[in-house]
Ligand binder design. Structure first.
Ligand code: AHR
Length: 331
């Protein structure tokens, strides 16, 4: 009997210690009881992250955690492992713990109204970061901080239009992000909009690689088998583009030359591949949202008015620009 009780007691103590540090992780992490908001003076933020699917995501998590520390905000962090049900569980747990503010990056756009209404009824403000929800009721959250994904897709398409002049046919395969996620929907839309200007550009296959390197590799292998004439890969993030490079090389072709590659993010590994000539163009999507998020949280809690939408500033990179930017690239 004692043998059975002891491990339970030990894990309860360990969990309490973790929670006291204000930094828990894992899909069920938010479920632990907290003294945070009710007790101390520090602002307590419950943050539900999508997962750790890409280099971008890792950099984003680091940015949020470091910014919270700098701002003196106690962060309760949970990783949803790319599952909406885990995010909903974490948000409910933050509501139960009466945190001061909830921030999250929604894995998909739909299905948030119920839990957001629960937060609103509990008087806990919600900030969307990185990705949007499709709720019609805009009072369910205070603000949305993140990139304009449609514009990112457009920039990718515009580069291709510019660099396909004089070609009679350009066959593109598209590696989509997570199905139902705002960046996957919007980047597809923006790209399609831009390439309308050049009817010789055709998207001949489009499938999700779930924003992961392994997903990108697997889908690209299948694309290469069923389509002998691929000219361009448009990947919704660097990681899938890097996976595609592996598949292209394994098929005996030269990425960046035989098959051109356009990606979005501009994380270090992507920028290195761009500088090495394996990727042709990258549209930046900045993961460094932490400081802006903490500023917005402080304002919201102080009752100050914040803009409904805060759009991240970003740029684009050619191979030459990547070579110049790489030495100072932070992520
Ligand atoms: O929501 C931002 C996207 O999600 C990034 O482009 C991608 O790398 C990440 O997984």
């Amino acid at each position: 009997m004692l043998n059975k009780i002891l491990p339970v007691a030990v894990s309860a103590v360990a969990l309490a210690a973790l929670t006291a540090c204000g930094s828990t992780s894992g899909p069920g992490a938010g479920a632990a009881a907290s003294g945070g908001a009710a007790g101390g003076d520090a602002i307590v933020m419950g943050f539900s992250q999508v997962g750790a699917e890409s280099g971008w995501r890792t950099a984003n998590t680091k940015s949020v955690q470091e910014a919270a520390k700098t701002a003196g905000i106690e962060l309760k962090f949970s990783d949803a492992q790319q599952k909406q049900e885990n995010q909903i569980k974490a948000i409910r747990s933050y509501i139960q713990q009466k945190v001061d503010v909830i921030a999250f990056s929604p894995v998909v756009e739909t299905g948030w109204d119920t839990v957001l209404l629960e937060a609103k009824r509990a008087n806990i403000p919600v900030i969307l970061t990185d990705r949007a929800v499709d709720s019609e009721d805009k009072t369910l959250y205070k603000t949305f901080l993140g990139s304009d994904f449609v514009t990112e897709g457009k920039k990718a398409g515009e580069w291709l239009v510019e660099n396909s002049k004089g070609e009679s046919q350009v066959n593109v395969v598209e590696l989509q992000g997570t199905t139902g996620a705002a960046p996957a929907i919007d980047r597809k839309e923006g790209f399609a909009e831009a390439i309308k200007a050049a009817p010789q550009i055709k998207v001949i296959a489009s499938q999700t690689g779930d924003f992961t390197r392994s997903g990108g590799k697997q889908v690209m292998e299948a694309f290469l088998k069923s389509n002998p004439d691929i000219d361009v890969v448009y990947a919704h993030n660097d990681d899938m583009g890097l996976g595609a490079i592996e598949a292209i090389e394994a098929a005996g072709k030269v990425p960046g030359k035989d098959i051109k590659i356009i990606t979005i993010d501009a994380v270090k590994d992507g920028m290195q591949a761009l500088a090495d000539g394996k990727i042709n163009y990258i549209v930046e999507c900045s993961p460094l949202l932490g400081d802006q998020l903490m500023d917005l949280a402080k304002k919201v809690i102080a009752g100050e008015t914040v803009p409904e939408r805060v759009v991240t500033e970003e740029t684009t990179f050619t191979q030459e620009q990547a070579k110049a930017a790489l030495p100072d690239r932070k992520y």
